[in-house]
Design a protein around this ligand. Structure first.
Ligand SMILES: Cc1cc2nc3c(=O)[nH]c(=O)nc-3n(C[C@H](O)[C@H](O)[C@H](O)COP(=O)(O)OP(=O)(O)OC[C@H]3O[C@@H](n4cnc5c(N)ncnc54)[C@H](O)[C@@H]3O)c2cc1C
Length: 503
C-alpha cells in the first residue's frame, strides 16, 4: 500500500523546504523525502558546504514567518579584499583603503548597480514569462520588467541596456580600474560559474546576485544570527508547523508515471511508494529528468537539451585548520567575507587553466572562518577547480589545489602557510557523489544567458513545469538559480498551487 499526499517534495535542500512550507501553508498535505540523513542540502550539517548563506529573500522570510521560527539577521557582512600589501574594506557603497577618487567612483558604480539590480528584482520572485505562446500573465510580467527599467529614467535606462550583456572586466576597468576592489566585484559576478571577468554576461550575473540577496540588500550578504543552522532550522519548523512531514534517509529512486504520461508518485530505493498529483523535485534538472523520471518519458529534443546543459562545477570547498591567525587577520575579520584574488587579471587566468581541465596555479579564493577548540578553521572556496579535471580528482590533485590555495593566501597574508596544520578538500566531484549535485555545480547548472529566465533549465521546460504533467522543478536548476535565496522553491510551489495539480 502506498501513502497518498497532495504533494511530494523530492529533497530537503533549503529550496525543497521552502516549497514544502509554502504548499503546506496553502493547506496541501505534503511529504518531503530527503536522501541524506539530515535536511538542508548544501546548507545542512555542522559544517555546511554553503558557509556564507546570502540571505533568504525577504518576501519568503515574511511569507513563511521565519522570524517567528528563530531566523534573524545580523548586520550585513563586509567584504575584505586583499592585494599585495593592500587591504580594501567594502561596506555597501563605501570602499576604504583605496585612493579617494577610486572610492568616489566606486560609490557611484554601486549606486548604479543597486538601481539596476532593483529593476531586475521583480523578475526573480515569480515564474519567468514566456515569449512565445505566453498568456496575459506573461505579457504583464514582460510589461512590468519594461516599466521597471523605464522607471530608472532615460540616462540610467540607456546605461543599463548598454552594460547588461557586457563583461564585468570592462565595467570595472572603465569605472574603478583593476585591483582588489574590482576583484571583489568580479568574484561576485563569477563565483560558482564557469565564467571569468572577461566573459560576456558577467554584468548580468553580478546584477542577478545583487538582486537575489536577502535582507542585506544591494549585494551585501546578510549574516543569519546562529549561522546557516538557523536558516535550516527555521525552514524546517515553518514546514512542520504547517503540517508537512519530512522524512530523511529516504532516497527517491524513480518518479512514477501513469498511462496518460502524468507524474503520479515516487518510489524510494527500498521500493516504498508514495502517491500525489503534484511532485516537486529539489534534485538537479538532469538527475530529476534523466535518472528519476527516465528519458523514455521525454522527447528526443529535451533529452538532447538536458545532455548539453552546461553543468561543469568549478568551485572546490577547502577547510583549512590553523593553530593561530597570521598577522593582518583578526578574529573580527573572520566574521566577514574575505577575498583573495588581488585583481581581475588573476581571476581570468585561474579560469584559463580550468577551461582545459587543469588546476590553476593561483586560484581565486574567498573565505570566512571560525574559532575551534584546536585553533581556527577557515572555510575557503577555491575557483576555478573543474569537476571534469583531467585524470580525475585524486588525493594528489586535491593536495595540489590545497597547496596552490595556501600559496595564493600567503602572497597577501604572509605567514599564513606556516600556521596551517591540516586541510580537507571537497572537490565538485565529491559534492556530486555526496549530494547528487550534477557536476558538483553551485547553481545545479550554469547560470548564463542561454540558461536563465525562460530558458532555465532549458527552453521548453521553464516556469517550473517539467515536460511531464504534475512534475515541477523547485531547486537551484530552476529560475532564478542558485545561492541561498529560497526563490526557486517559493516560485515553484506558487506555480504548482496555481496549476492546482491539473495542468
Ligand atoms: C562549494 C559550494 C559552496 C557554496 N557556498 C555558498 C555560500 O557560501 N552561500 C550561498 O548562498 N550559496 C553557496 N553555494 C550555493 C548553494 O549551496 C546552492 O545554490 C544551494 O544549496 C541550492 O539549494 P537547493 O535547495 O536548490 O539544492 P541543494 O542544497 O543541492 O539540495 C538538494 C537536496 O536534494 C536532495 N536529493 C537529491 N537527489 C535526491 C533523491 N533522489 N532523493 C531524495 N533527495 C534527493 C539532496 O540530498 C539535497 O539535500 C555553494 C555551492 C557550492 C557547490
Amino acid at each position: 500500500m502506498s501513502e497518498t499526499f497532495d504533494a511530494i517534495v523530492i529533497g530537503a535542500g533549503h529550496n525543497g523546504l521552502v516549497a514544502a512550507a509554502r504548499l503546506a501553508k496553502e493547506g496541501k498535505k505534503v511529504v518531503v523525502l530527503e536522501a541524506a540523513a539530515e535536511v538542508g542540502g548544501l546548507l545542512g550539517g555542522a559544517d555546511p558546504v554553503a558557509a556564507m548563506p546570502f540571505g533568504i529573500n525577504p518576501k519568503i522570510a515574511s511569507g513563511l514567518g521565519l522570524a517567528r521560527h528563530g531566523l534573524r539577521y545580523g548586520a550585513p557582512m563586509k567584504t575584505l579584499s586583499f592585494g599585495g600589501g593592500e587591504r580594501v574594506e567594502i561596506d555597501g557603497s563605501v570602499a576604504r583603503g583605496v585612493a579617494p577618487e577610486m572610492a568616489t567612483n566606486y560609490a557611484e558604480l554601486h549606486r548604479k548597480l543597486t538601481r539596476y539590480s532593483g529593476a531586475l528584482a521583480k523578475m526573480l520572485t515569480k515564474a519567468p514569462p514566456r515569449f512565445r505562446d505566453g498568456g496575459l500573465g506573461d505579457m504583464l510580467s514582460m510589461a512590468q520588467l519594461g516599466l521597471s527599467i523605464r522607471g530608472l529614467g532615460k540616462t540610467d535606462m540607456r546605461d543599463m541596456l548598454r552594460i547588461i550583456l557586457s563583461n564585468v572586466w570592462d565595467l570595472c576597468e572603465d569605472e574603478i580600474g583593476d585591483g582588489p576592489l574590482a576583484a571583489a566585484l568580479a568574484m561576485d559576478a563569477t563565483l560558482g560559474g564557469a565564467m571569468g571577468p572577461r566573459s560576456p554576461g558577467t554584468v548580468l550575473t553580478l546584477l542577478y546576485r545583487m538582486a537575489s540577496t536577502g535582507s542585506g540588500g544591494a549585494g551585501q550578504r546578510s549574516t543569519p544570527i546562529s549561522g546557516a543552522a538557523a536558516v535550516v532550522s527555521a525552514l524546517t519548523k515553518a514546514a512542520e508547523a504547517s503540517g508537512a512531514a519530512i522524512r530523511t534517509s529516504s532516497p527517491v529512486a524513480r518518479i512514477l508515471v501513469d498511462n496518460s504520461d502524468r507524474a503520479v508518485g515516487v518510489a524510494l530505493e527500498d521500493g516504498t511508494e508514495f502517491r500525489a498529483p503534484l511532485i516537486l523535485s529539489n534534485a538537479t534538472p538532469r538527475r530529476t529528468l534523466l535518472d528519476l523520471l527516465g528519458p523514455q518519458h521525454l522527447n528526443a529534443e529535451d533529452v538532447a537539451r538536458l545532455r548539453h546543459m552546461a553543468t561543469n562545477g568549478m568551485v572546490a570547498r577547502i577547510d583549512l585548520d590553523l593553530a593561530e591567525l597570521p598577522e593582518g587577520l583578526s578574529e573580527a575579520d573572520l566574521g566577514h567575507r574575505i577575498v583573495v584574488a588581488q585583481d581581475m587579471r588573476r581571476i581570468e587566468r585561474a579560469l584559463n587553466a580550468a577551461k582545459y581541465g587543469e588546476l590553476p596555479t593561483e586560484p581565486a579564493v574567498e573565505f570566512t572562518g571560525r574559532k575551534t577548540d584546536a585553533g581556527w578553521r577557515l572555510a575557503a572556496l577555491a575557483q576555478f577547480a573543474p569537476c571534469n579535471l583531467k585524470g580525475g580528482w585524486t588525493k594528489a590533485k586535491k593536495d595540489k589545489l590545497a597547496k596552490a590555495t595556501t600559496k595564493a593566501m600567503e602572497a597577501v597574508l604572509p605567514g599564513i602557510g606556516g600556521k596551517i596544520t591540516g586541510w580537507d578538500v571537497r572537490s565538485p566531484a565529491d559534492l556530486e557523489a555526496t549530494y547528487g549535485l550534477t557536476g558538483g555545480h553551485w547553481h545545479h547548472g550554469e547560470l548564463r544567458i542561454d540558461q536563465m529566465l525562460m530558458m532555465r533549465p532549458f527552453a521548453g521546460a521553464a516556469q517550473y513545469r517539467m515536460p511531464v504533467a504534475g512534475l515541477y522543478l523547485c531547486g537551484a536548476g530552476a529560475h532564478p538559480g542558485g545561492d541561498i535565496s529560497g526563490l526557486p522553491g517559493w516560485n515553484a510551489a506558487g506555480q504548482a498551487i496555481k496549476d492546482g495539480g491539473a495542468k
